[in-house]
Design a protein around this ligand. Sequence first.
Ligand SMILES: [Zn+2]
Length: 186
Amino acid sequence: MTNNLETRYSYLCEYLFMNLLNTIKRENDIAIDLLSEEGVMDEWIALMEAKGLLQASQVDKIREVSIDVKKVQAFRDLGRRSFSQEGTHPDLMGILSSYTKQSPLAFDAEFMPLPSQGGSDGLLALLSFEMLQAYQGDLFQKVKKCGSPTCYAFFVDTSGRRKWCSMEICGNREKARRHYSKKVNE
Ligand SMILES: [Zn+2]
């Protein structure tokens, strides 16, 4: 199941919030919001659990209440806007901490956060907590939009030199495009 699902997303990594940002992708010049497809929200949560980015107890809690997908989409879109601009949304930190207050997190002996509410409130509290931690750990500065104009993915640029979410796909596609347009102009 996991392998088939992974090809659906343009860039999967070890950060839950990054994977949420990338639930929009571009295919044949059309933006596809994966979360708006029936059942994908549940599938995405299962995939995150399979990848160890959500723990069973967190997923059990989230699934206690049905998820309001529109709330998750709005949260994701705010994140995408923030990372698209130079610097982040002026009040992104305030917004994120308000989500963690809406559904306060409890921590177990391993410091694993468990939301007090299920559904989208619980999921967004977990995502906000992870983003606040990422912000404090300077990860935010490394979040980049893929350099390919035909790709919507965000990725984490650990080296500071990476331009594409994937060298194999976007890097090569972009090289081929440049090579071709050079030929045409000659
Ligand atoms: Zn890309």
